[in-house]
Design a protein around this ligand. Structure first.
Ligand SMILES: [Zn+2]
Length: 479
C-alpha cells in the first residue's frame, strides 16, 4: 500500500517533511527545520517515525531552512541516500546549511556558558561537520528533466535504472516555482500516477523571479497555504520605497534595511536600481553588508536564465550588473563593516538578519536607531517576539548587543515583497489545472489560513481538499 505521511509543515509553516512510501521505497520530500515557537523547535529533537537509514532518497523543493534545514541532522542520524534538488538549490544550500550549523553550535555554547540547559553539556542539533556531510549528498538535477529516484549512490553523474518507467521506480522532475532561486515543485511519477509536491508557490508579475510555472494535472497535490486567508498589498511600482529613500536623503540620514540574506536582498536591489534608472531617487552609495547575501547575489547573477525574463532583457545585464546600483559596494570584511557602522555619511545599508534577531545589522541598528535623521526599513514578515516586530509595533527603545538603545529614527515597513503567493494567486495557479486532483492536501499554513483556503477551493473549484495533520498517514492509490 502506498502512502504519504506528514512529518512537518502540517498545521504550521515550518518543518516541511513529507514521507512518500511507494513500491517498497521511501522518499522524503523536503527536510525542513521547525522554527519559531519553542514547542515547534523541540520537534527537531524528536526521532522520525522511520529510521533515517531506511529512507532511500530525499527530494528538496528549495533552499529555505524550513524546507532543507533538517538535512544535516538526517545525515548525522544515518541517512545514506542521495538528495535530489536543482543546481540553484544546491548552491544556496552551500550557504544556508553551514550558516545554520554555526548558529546551532553558538546556541549550544551560549546555553552551556549561561547554564540555562537541563542537558549537560548542551549539544547542537547538528555541527558544521554534519552540514558539510549533508552537502556532499546533494545531487543536482536541472528543471524539467524527469529522473529515477534510486536507493544507493552507486556513481556520480546522471543515473539510469532499467526499472525506470516500468512503474516500479518513481521518477522526480523539478518545475520552476518562482519562489526563490532554484525553487521548484517536485513532480513524482509512479507508473501512470503523479503526485505534485508544490513546495512554496511564488507570485505572478513580480520582478527578479519568474511567475510560477503552470501545471495542468496531478493525481495528488500538496499545496502551501501560508497566505491562504490574505491578499498582499497592491504593487505600487516602487512609490513608497522611493518616498522613503528621498525623505531619508533630504534629512541627510542613513537608510538601514534589515533583510533576509537570500532572495529579499535581490528584490531590494532591483527596486533601488530601477528607481535610480528612472531618476526617482538620488544616487546614493548602497552597501550590501552580509557575507551570505553577497554569496547569494553571485549565485543569482550566474543564473539569470532561471529568473524573470525582464532581467535578461535589461541592456548590459550580465552577472552582478543585473542587480548593481550605480554606487553599490559589497562589504565583506568585519573591519569594512565596522567602518561603515561608524560612518555618518548618507547611505543605504542592506544587512541581515531580516527580523533583526542577529547578524551584522545589529551594529547598524545600535548606531542608527538613536539618530532622528535615519530610517530603518523592514521589508519582510516580522515574527512575534523579534526585535523587528517590536520596532514595527512602535517600541521607543530596544535591547541590542547588551544595552538599551533609544529609538529616534523613523521606522518604516514595506510588506509588498513577499515571495509567497497570496490567496488570489494560489487560485490563479490552480485555475491552470484541466482536471481536479483526486485529493489536494493543504500544508504549510497556520490553522486560519488552512481553513480559509480549504473553503475557498471547496466553493470556487469544488475540489476534494484535505488539511494535513501532523504525523498523519494517508493511503495513496498509486503503484
Ligand atoms: Zn520558502
Amino acid at each position: 500500500m502506498s502512502s504519504l505521511t506528514f512529518l512537518g509543515a502540517a498545521g504550521t509553516v515550518t518543518g516541511s517533511k513529507h514521507l512518500l512510501e511507494v513500491g517498497g521505497r521511501r522518499v522524503l520530500v523536503d527536510c525542513g527545520l521547525f522554527q519559531g515557537l519553542k514547542e515547534l523547535r523541540l520537534r527537531n529533537w524528536e526521532p522520525l517515525p522511520r529510521e533515517p537509514s531506511q529512507i532511500d532518497a530525499v527530494v528538496l523543493t528549495h533552499a529555505h531552512l524550513d524546507h532543507c534545514g533538517y538535512l544535516p541532522r538526517l545525515v548525522a542520524s544515518g541517512f545514506r541516500g542521495r538528495v535530489f534538488c536543482t543546481p540553484g538549490t544546491k548552491e544556496l544550500c552551500s550557504l544556508v546549511l553551514p550558516d545554520s550549523a554555526r548558529l546551532q553550535e553558538e546556541d549550544a555554547r551560549e546555553a552551556n556558558r549561561h547554564g540555562y540547559t537541563k542537558h549537560s553539556p548542551a549539544l547542537p542539533l547538528y555541527t558544521s561537520v554534519d552540514a558539510a556531510r549533508a552537502l556532499d549528498r546533494l545531487q543536482p538535477v536541472g528543471y524539467d528533466r524527469p529522473i529515477p529516484l534510486v536507493e544507493a549512490p552507486t556513481r556520480v553523474g546522471p543515473v539510469s535504472d532499467p526499472r525506470a518507467g516500468t512503474g516500479t521506480v518513481p521518477t522526480v522532475e523539478f518545475i520552476n516555482a518562482g519562489h526563490l532561486l532554484g525553487s521548484a515543485y517536485a513532480r513524482i511519477r509512479v507508473g501512470e500516477r503523479t503526485i505534485l509536491f508544490g513546495g512554496d508557490l511564488g507570485r505572478f508579475g513580480r520582478p527578479v523571479l519568474p511567475d510560477p510555472s503552470p501545471v495542468s494535472e496531478a493525481d495528488y497535490l500538496l499545496l502551501e497555504s501560508t497566505y491562504g486567508d490574505r491578499l498582499h498589498e497592491k504593487d505600487d511600482r516602487g512609490d513608497r520605497l522611493a518616498q522613503i529613500v528621498v525623505d531619508t536623503a533630504q534629512r541627510g540620514g542613513k537608510l538601514i534595511v534589515p533583510s533576509f540574506a537570500i532572495g529579499r536582498v535581490e528584490e531590494v536591489l532591483y527596486w533601488l536600481k530601477r528607481l535610480e534608472d528612472e531618476k526617482r531617487i538620488p544616487i546614493l552609495p548602497v552597501y550590501v553588508d552580509s557575507p551570505m547575501a553577497i554569496g547569494a547575489l553571485q549565485f543569482y547573477s550566474e543564473r539569470l536564465g532561471e529568473l524573470d525574463p525582464e532581467l535578461n532583457s535589461t541592456p548590459g545585464a550580465r552577472h552582478v550588473a543585473a542587480f548593481a546600483t550605480t554606487r553599490m559596494v559589497m562589504v565583506s570584511s568585519p573591519q569594512q563593516s565596522a567602518d561603515l557602522v561608524a560612518s555618518r555619511q548618507p547611505a543605504i545599508v542592506i544587512s541581515s538578519s531580516g527580523m533583526a534577531t542577529g547578524g551584522r545589522v545589529l551594529r547598524h541598528l545600535a548606531a542608527s536607531l538613536p539618530g532622528p535623521r535615519n530610517t530603518v526599513l523592514f521589508v519582510g514578515y516580522q515574527a512575534a517576539g523579534t526585535r523587528g516586530r517590536a520596532l514595527t509595533d512602535g517600541a521607543t527603545e530596544v535591547k541590542l548587543l547588551g544595552r538599551v538603545v533609544p529609538v529616534a529614527a523613523r521606522i518604516e515597513r514595506l510588506d509588498s515583497m513577499s515571495a509567497h503567493a497570496d490567496a488570489d494567486e494560489i487560485m490563479r495557479w490552480l485555475s491552470g489545472f484541466t482536471r481536479p486532483p483526486r485529493t489536494t492536501f493543504l500544508v504549510h499554513g497556520e490553522p486560519a489560513a488552512l481553513s480559509a483556503l480549504a473553503s475557498r477551493i471547496g466553493t470556487d473549484v469544488r475540489w476534494t481538499v484535505h488539511i494535513a495533520a501532523h504525523q498523519e498517514r494517508v493511503p495513496l492509490d498509486v503503484g
